[in-house]
Design a binder for this molecule. Structure first.
Ligand code: ADP
Ligand code: MG
Length: 261
């Protein structure tokens, strides 16, 4: 964040703990996580598999309730934020409806909200333009590549103009080339939408390239082990990936993993 004066809290976690209990064992997925994310900030939750990233995202989204601690979203509870439709969520696999065309995948949430047909069609086309898929409006999801499908999922998540966009490893199934391209596209979309983004990833370069700040989590139990500021200027460019600063940040984050990875 550039100036502390602009820091309006959007998501606040206060000593959040999550324990899963099954007949055989009790797993502490998250232990004592406290953090604050600012309105309009782009942050990543970074850590190896099993460190509680998805659990943390689900708690923020009110899809799971922590077993300890508190959280506040947009000044109220996560439940209130969910009911007020403040969230857009993008999952690891796109979860599109294969029998609906691309455009009507995007109009679906608007349809459910009762937005008139002409307006929802217009909004869907604007969103498809935004994610660079206007030409594919009448295709079916299965006719698109994995990366294109994920862009449709992003467009759909943006349809309700969510104040908060939560993304759980949205590009992890893609190859390195497509992933880097989509990182750039996501930032260009975000620069137009300017909402709060919480992005889950296990890729250190991806977290650095995208974020204002990176929250580093360590596993067993999942704990917040570091918060790293990313001072790279915006807009971020491809060339920055090869900068000394970028490599310094990678080293810094590697060092912050408790006990190494
Ligand atoms: P990540 O997304 O970082 O891979 P998760 O949040 O999925 O981590 O999981 C964190 C820990 O909690 C893991 O040890 C996982 O096995 C456990 N866990 C996650 N969800 C459940 C669940 N529904 N029931 C029991 N254990 C779970
Ligand atoms: Mg996960």
């Amino acid at each position: 964040m550039e100036a502390a004066a602009h820091f309006i809290p959007e998501i606040q976690l206060d000593h959040v703990t999550m324990e899963y209990e099954s007949d055989a064992a009790r797993v502490t997925a998250l232990q004592d996580v406290s953090l604050t994310i600012a309105k309009g900030e782009f942050v990543s939750l970074l850590g190896p598999s099993g460190c509680g990233k998805t659990t943390l995202l689900r708690i923020m989204a009110d899809l799971a309730e922590p077993t300890g601690g508190d959280l506040k979203v947009a000044g109220g509870s996560a439940r209130e934020a969910r009911l007020a439709q403040k969230y857009g969520i993008v999952f690891q696999s796109p979860v599109l409806y294969d029998w609906r065309r691309v455009k009507s995948n995007i109009t679906l949430p608007l349809e459910l909200k009762g937005v008139p047909r002409a307006e929802r069609n217009k909004r869907a086309m604007e969103l498809l333009e935004l994610v660079g898929l206007a030409k594919f409006a009448n295709h079916y999801p299965w006719q698109l590549s994995g990366g294109m499908q994920q862009r449709v999922a992003i467009a759909r998540a943006l349809a309700m103009e969510p104040e908060i966009l939560l993304m759980d490893e949205p590009f992890s199934a893609l190859d390195e080339f497509n992933r880097e391209r989509l990182n750039e596209e996501l930032l260009s979309i975000w620069s137009k939408v300017q909402n709060t983004v919480v992005f889950v990833t296990h890729s250190i370069p991806e977290a650095i390239f995208l974020s204002d700040r990176v929250f580093v989590l360590s596993p067993h139990p999942g704990r917040l082990s570091a918060v790293v500021d990313i001072p790279l200027p915006r807009p971020r460019t491809k060339e920055m990936r090869n900068s000394e600063e970028f490599f310094r940040l990678i080293a810094r984050i590697r060092d912050s993993f408790e006990g190494g990875v």
